[in-house]
Write a protein that binds this ligand. Structure first.
Ligand code: GL7
Length: 798
């Protein structure tokens, strides 16, 4: 490992020769970036050592939103200074290299980013772990705004090779699909042989996961689908039928071509089930092969050496697949296999939205995975047998918890039944699982249930993303918090220290200017860094209620025009986030934001006071510029619907004040910072639940009773905003004709009041920056290091 600038320069020049095949001077910036990434990757590789005796966690996730790696790894390895100064000597700028790096979009949002934060914490805390995922050829689409609408472009992140990955053809494993199961009896026991219709090859690519201080380097192993044989039909080729010659290869590769957007209904998506089975089966085979290499046939210690975690239900077939391998390949019996699988597998639920709880039609599942289906059917049969038929209400309980019901395979029920632990991702969410969504399971097996409140990598989203604040902290409370985020508490001593508060304000200003420059570059819009930055960034979804925020801005605009005495501190409203391609409502809300931005930003009467910005293509990399610049963090989902949220934590840590409902982890933020340091509004989860139940809410009444609401809704239908890209009937109808399922209008007034009170506080600098520092000081709890320690101690027992 190079230590000095001089050594670095020598090794870097050498890397250019070896990796690119050219002298340093002849390399393009991109080639130099590539060589540097390879060099850092190999340095990290030297730190990787197998600790054989330890238990290892395999984290199965359909999504890993890892973000850019170079800057993060230089920080983690303590090489930033050496490399940046070395490059400067060579006439190069490290920042240029950061810009070139691709940000692989291998996830939709919070769930995928959580998996990446967990990989960071696992390595930084020194635990042996492997992430198991899919190498999608195209990440989530890139978002562009054209004429005020979202346009999707493919994200071809592998176009020019990805320097952090290493292909391991020697570790490829076959994966079967379709066909039939042959049963034979040898006079003693039954044997099952799966004769597949199709076998493909799953090929792993490894990306190093480098912990802070280089303590531990783990791997993220992502799988790609290839044909078993080269899959090239020579006969067809010789006939000149080139399309057919390549067809098989193309069909197989299609399995790992695209990432499914999370908002689309999954019914009938056979390709999605293929994806899920492919990476799960490959991951399980890999685990079994490694176990056998180390421990031979000592299956009795399997669950002492291996923990398997399923991130949501997408890898739910982990347990039955492990049983299949143990029984059909290793010759173990049912009971033993069941014991091993259920002692190894655990499950996190991430959502209560019914459309996201996966179900597969039985016929489809059985046709695609006949042997797995046999096993699942037997798990289900035994589960049914276990019911005491003399207990009142057992039929209802069974109906709600069975795996096979109504012609469908219920993946959440499978996950709960085969797992030793089941957890939700914030206190409120876990309570909702226990009392509503998985109520019957909770009655039957309460000991399985536990909460693990989400966390974020405070190193990436704070130490790395907010260098000015980091520096200030290092001068004030030292560096200990980078290892021990709970030490951020020490900041509490400085909450009354005016000169410290001024420095925090100055650091925020620096971050706001950085964001303002980015906004200018991406949208052409000039924003005022002295205005309050009020930010809502996340996927677009009706329950997240970006619409409520938009109605707020429309109302403010109306009042500013109507009343010359109406005064508020200038505010810039900033939005970012993607809407799933097929989710028309969400796309319309983006269109509405762009439309009001266009009107308001061009209206001289108001635009010294308010401006509206939509930043295109929200991703991990621009998120790192956005969070540190925020002053108000909008977390305004309908209470009970956001399982946790993690953006809320990133904002809070960077000193923004949350304006939010009592939903997801906002509840815990409130408990930690105290009600004086957060602005909570709106209905509570149980109130919403009751109103839904009673059907007592009528949106029409509010429309008629509240003039401000009536005005903004009418403006959706007249020509106030429709010039740019058309009308907004769908939004209007969702609020009035469909009776506002997400309680937007019901929460409107309390939201407006909360917003105005919060903005009012900004006038008093001392109060504001004290609140801000208090939020940062309390945010250590939301480091994913804390979350991971809880998983390790209470679930995985590493
Ligand atoms: C999510 C939840 O919606 C989100 O609230 C949570 O923070 C995240 C991580 O636990 O998981 N579930 C989900 O399907 N997505 C999420 O972001 C996409």
């Amino acid at each position: 490992m190079f230590k000095t600038k001089k050594e670095f320069k020598k090794e870097f020049e050498n890397a250019c020769l070896v990796v690119v095949g050219k002298d340093f001077e002849d390399c393009s910036t991109e080639e130099k970036y590539f060589a540097l990434a390879k060099l850092i990757s190999s340095q990290a590789g030297e730190l990787h050592e197998q600790k054989i005796a330890h238990k290892k966690i395999y984290y199965f996730s359909m999504e890993f939103l890892i973000g850019k790696l170079l800057e993060n790894y230089l920080m983690n390895l303590g090489l930033t200074k050496t490399v940046s100064e070395g490059l400067k000597d060579m006439g190069e700028s490290l920042e240029d290299y950061f810009d070139i790096e691709k940000d692989p979009g291998l996830g939709n949002g919070g769930l995928g980013r959580l998996a990446a934060c967990f990989m960071d914490s696992l390595a930084s805390l020194g635990y042996e772990a492997q992430g198991v995922g899919i190498r999608y050829r195209f990440g989530l689409f890139k978002q562009r705004i054209e004429d005020g609408r979202q346009v999707e472009d493919p994200d071809n992140w592998l176009e020019k090779d990805y320097p952090w990955e290493v292909k391991h053809l020697e570790a490829a494993v076959p994966v079967k699909f379709g066909g039939r199961v042959e049963k034979s009896y040898d006079g003693n026991e039954m044997h099952y042989q799966w004769i597949p219709e199709e076998t493909i090859l799953a090929v792993p690519y490894d990306i190093p996961m480098v912990g802070y201080d280089g303590k531990q380097v783990n791997t993220l192993r992502i799988w790609s689908a290839k044909p078993m044989e080269e899959g090239f039909d020579m006969d067809a080729f010789n006939r000149g039928d080139y399309a057919h010659a390549n067809k098989h290869r193309a069909d197989v590769q299609a399995i790992t071509d695209i990432l499914y957007p999370n908002d689309q209904s999954l019914s009938g998506r056979i390709l999605r089930l293929k994806q899920e089975y492919m990476f799960t089966a490959a991951g399980i085979m890999d685990i079994v092969n490694n176990f056998k290499k180390q421990y031979g046939n000592h299956w009795e210690i399997f669950s002492e050496k291996v923990a398997i975690h399923t991130n949501d239900t997408h890898p739910a077939v982990c347990a039955p697949e492990l049983m299949r391998v143990l029984m059909d390949q290793e010759g173990l019996g049912w009971d033993e296999s069941w014991k091993i699988a259920s002692a190894s597998v655990s499950y996190t639920n991430h959502t209560i939205l019914p459309e996201a709880l996966e179900k597969w039609p039985i016929d489809m599942f059985r046709n695609l995975l006949p042997r797995l289906y046999d096993i699942i059917e037997e798990i289900d049969r035994r589960y049914r047998d276990s019911f005491h038929k003399n207990v009142d209400g057992w039929q209802e309980q069974l109906k709600n918890t069975a795996i096979l019901w109504d012609g469908q395979v219920h993946m959440a029920n499978l996950s709960v039944i085969v797992s030793h632990h089941v957890n939700g991702v914030a206190d409120l969410h876990t309570e909702i699982l226990k009392n509503i969504v998985l109520k019957d399971f909770y009655t039957l097996v309460p000991e399985k249930f536990n909460n693990k409140t989400n966390g974020i990598s405070h190193r990436r989203f704070f130490a790395q993303a907010n260098p000015s604040y980091r520096k200030l902290l290092e001068e004030t409370i030292g560096k200990g918090w980078i290892h021990h985020p709970e030490e951020l508490e020490n900041l509490k001593k400085y909450e009354e220290n005016v000169s410290f508060l001024e420095k925090v304000e100055a650091s925020k200003k620096e971050n706001k200017i950085r964001l303002a420059n980015y906004i200018k570059k991406m949208t052409g819009i000039e924003v005022n860094p002295n205005s309050i930055f009020d930010i809502q960034v996340k996927r677009f979804h009706a329950y997240k209620r970006q619409l409520l925020n938009v109605l707020k801005i429309m109302d403010l605009y109306n009042r500013l025009l109507a009343d010359p005495n109406f005064h508020i501190h200038p505010v810039t409203f900033i939005f970012a986030g993607k809407a799933a391609q097929g989710y028309t409502f969400a796309k319309d809300v983006i269109r509405l934001i762009c439309a009001i931005a266009d009107v308001i930003n061009h209206d001289d009467r108001v635009n010294r006071m308010i401006k509206v910005v939509f930043i295109p293509n929200f991703s991990v990399s621009n998120a790192q510029i956005i969070y540190p610049a925020a002053e108000i963090s909008e977390q305004i989902s309908t209470a009970g619907m956001e399982a946790s949220g993690t953006g809320n934590m990133k904002f809070m840590m960077n000193g923004a004040i949350t304006l939010g409902t009592l939903d997801g982890a906002n509840v815990e933020i409130t408990q930690l910072v105290g009600s004086d340091n957060i602005k909570i509004f709106g209905l509570k989860a149980h109130e919403i639940e009751t109103m839904r139940h009673q059907g007592s809410y009528l949106a029409w009444t509010l429309y008629h009773e509240n003039q401000r609401i009536k005005k903004v809704l009418d403006q959706l239908m007249d020509d106030t905003y429709s010039h740019l890209s058309g009308g907004f009937d769908l939004i209007y109808d969702s609020l009035l004709r469909d009776n506002d399922s997400f309680f937007v209008l019901k929460d409107f007034e309390s939201y407006m009041n909360a917003f105005e009170e919060l903005v009012g506080l900004y006038e008093d600098k001392k109060t504001w920056w004290k609140m801000s520092v208090h939020n940062t000081a309390c945010s250590g709890y939301f480091s994913s290091d804390r979350t991971i320690e809880e998983y390790v101690q209470e679930i995985w027992k590493l």
